[in-house]
Design a protein around this ligand. Structure first.
Ligand SMILES: [Fe+2]
Ligand SMILES: [Fe+2]
Length: 286
């Protein structure tokens, strides 16, 4: 098997994205979603149900009495918190594998993914962009999922990749592509295709390092995820070598009409939301 065939085979072996979460997201995307419909979807998954109840009864919410019904918990948490809880739970499992090839641990990649999702949502709201928040959060959360597959191959070819980056001619993901035949963004796009995600999410993942080549109809979403990826790296949620791949954010800031004063506010909002999301997702933010 050639290296490229091996990589494609590894994509095929990726576990499926949880059906329950995908169906719940479709329900949550409706402006007037039915609580009972959502409960019917969620109740078949015991682990998900347990997590929802656990979160609702956690010290974070400090409710005066115990919530024991899923329906009550769904109503109490609301769409935004349900989305963060369900998606982050599913994505955490996917990013769980160590990513030695990228000189990061799974936990670091996971924090980066979560931070990118939060930053994308904050940007989307701040700029009042008319993009579905499920799509924004999912795309950003999974933008580096290709690294889960490529990591093992990156370790094997690390010397060759590193020397390409070192001589200054290639960024890390350009070197990935030259040596492995694919970069992690492209592989992420293939994983999203396998999961039968909508085309805008596939595009956001596949073009997050190269938004100017994304399909025009999804360009705004792709730029949003690309910018969020760069901004979180700047504020300390990077993943080792990924920092080297970040460029072009000045152009994106200009395109999205974000000025220095906006950036200050955005970073503040990001820190607040990131803390909340870490509580919801049950991860330590340090
Ligand atoms: Fe990336
Ligand atoms: Fe990234």
């Amino acid at each position: 098997m050639s290296l490229m065939e091996e990589i494609i085979a590894a994509v095929d072996e990726m576990p499926p994205f949880p059906q329950v979460v995908q169906r719940a997201m479709q329900e949550l995307a409706e402006p007037e979603y039915e609580v009972s419909g959502l409960v019917d979807i969620l109740k078949v998954d015991q682990a998900v149900t347990a997590n929802i109840l656990k979160l609702c009864n956690s010290a974070y919410f400090g409710l005066p009495r115990k919530v024991s019904s899923l329906k009550e918990a769904v109503v109490y948490l609301g769409a935004d918190q349900m989305r963060r809880l369900l998606l982050s739970g599913a994505a955490n499992k996917i990013y769980e594998k160590p990513n030695e090839g990228y000189a990061v641990f799974a936990n670091e990649l996971w924090r980066h993914a979560l931070a990118t999702a939060v930053m994308s949502q904050v940007l989307c709201r701040y700029l009042r962009l008319k993009i579905d928040e499920n799509v924004v959060f999912t795309s950003a959360l999974l933008h580096d999922v290709g690294k889960v597959v490529l990591s093992a191959f990156v370790i094997e070819e690390y010397q060759a990749i590193e020397s390409k980056v070192d001589n200054g001619k290639s960024s890390f993901q350009e070197a990935e592509k030259e040596i492995l035949g694919f970069d992690h963004a492209e592989i992420g796009g293939k994983i999203a295709e396998k999961w039968e995600f909508p085309p805008e999410i596939i595009a956001a993942i596949a073009f997050h390092h190269d938004p100017s080549h994304s399909p025009k109809e999804f360009r705004l979403l792709v730029e949003l995820v690309a910018l969020a990826n760069n901004l979180v790296v700047m504020v300390g949620y990077g993943t080792g070598v990924d920092g080297l791949a970040c460029r072009g954010h000045a152009l994106l800031l200009k395109k999205l009409k974000i000025e220095a004063k906006d950036l200050e506010k955005l970073l503040l909002l990001f820190q607040i939301e990131m803390e909340k999301t870490c509580d919801i997702a049950g991860v330590g933010d340090d």
